[in-house]
Design a protein around this ligand. Structure first.
Ligand SMILES: [Mg+2]
Length: 257
């Protein structure tokens, strides 16, 4: 969509989805549903079981667990009928669409009238897209899994290089839509989001993992943490007033000065 068609949206805000807006991983929830529905065999769990428990028990990293469930998804998607997966995706969406963080949800609501909202996710696009629609994203990027002429997944991921390059996607969206990066906002939770956070005027490290946290400290990016019903801002440059207002939201507990 060009700004010509949408004259009110000249600025751009870019969000990672898993762990930034959604309080889990869309791909992981889809994988779980596919196993429960018997579309993937139960043994698919074996691939990530160990890393899942290690992460759950605070002994292993989420990244190790994530790599393994992506591996399981890619392995067992091969040969499965596309329609079966999208049916499971619809169910996952209906069940989980409100499992979001308050900070990012409020931020999206505040920005949606004046900002072009872009989502960049490593989860399958067919599940990221309905999630993005739910929150009024203008454009959603996600992984595209190839299918054969019979509508079965081949196991191949299309444009895999491009989708993992979040900087390139943002640059492309900015050029295509004629946006300016002035006033732009970016929110991410892991180091894979660093490339697009470097480009925007207001980068935000939200509930960051250690890798992103360290970079954010060094670059003086604001770090925002949401735990229970409190949103904390830890250091970093000043943010526009409308973002600060979310942190000081009257629904949230008062913090000591
Ligand atoms: Mg993430």
């Amino acid at each position: 969509m060009s700004t010509k068609n949408n004259p009110n949206k000249k600025k751009i805000a870019v969000f990672d989805i898993d762990g930034t807006v959604f309080r889990s991983s869309l791909m992981m929830e889809l994988l779980d549903a596919l196993i429960i529905e018997g579309i993937f065999p139960a043994r698919a769990k074996k691939i990530y079981e160990k890393e899942y428990h290690a992460w759950l028990n605070r002994k292993g990293s989420y990244e190790d667990y994530r790599k393994k469930f992506v591996l399981a998804y890619e392995k067992f998607i091969k040969g499965v009928k596309e329609e079966k997966v999208w049916e499971a995706a619809r169910k996952v969406m209906a069940f989980h669409k409100n499992s979001v963080y308050r900070f990012t949800r409020e931020l999206i609501l505040k920005l949606k009238k004046t900002y072009y909202l872009l989502a960049i996710s490593g989860s399958p696009r067919r599940i990221v897209k309905p999630f993005g629609d739910e929150f009024n994203f203008d454009k959603v990027y996600g992984c595209i899994f190839a299918t054969d002429k019979n509508g079965r997944f081949t196991g191949q991921i299309l444009y895999e290089k491009l989708i993992s390059d979040k900087e390139k996607i943002l640059t492309r969206a900015v050029n295509k839509g004629g946006f300016s990066l002035k006033g732009s906002i970016g929110v991410g939770d892991t180091e894979t989001d660093i490339p697009f956070l470097e480009l925007v005027e207001y980068p935000i490290a939200f509930n960051p993992n250690m890798e992103l946290y360290q970079v954010a400290l060094k670059k003086k990016w604001p770090i925002i943490v949401e735990r229970k019903n409190v949103i904390y801002k830890i250091g970093g440059k000043n943010l526009p007033q409308k973002i600060n207002n979310i942190i000081k939201n009257k629904f949230l507990a008062k913090r000591p000065k």
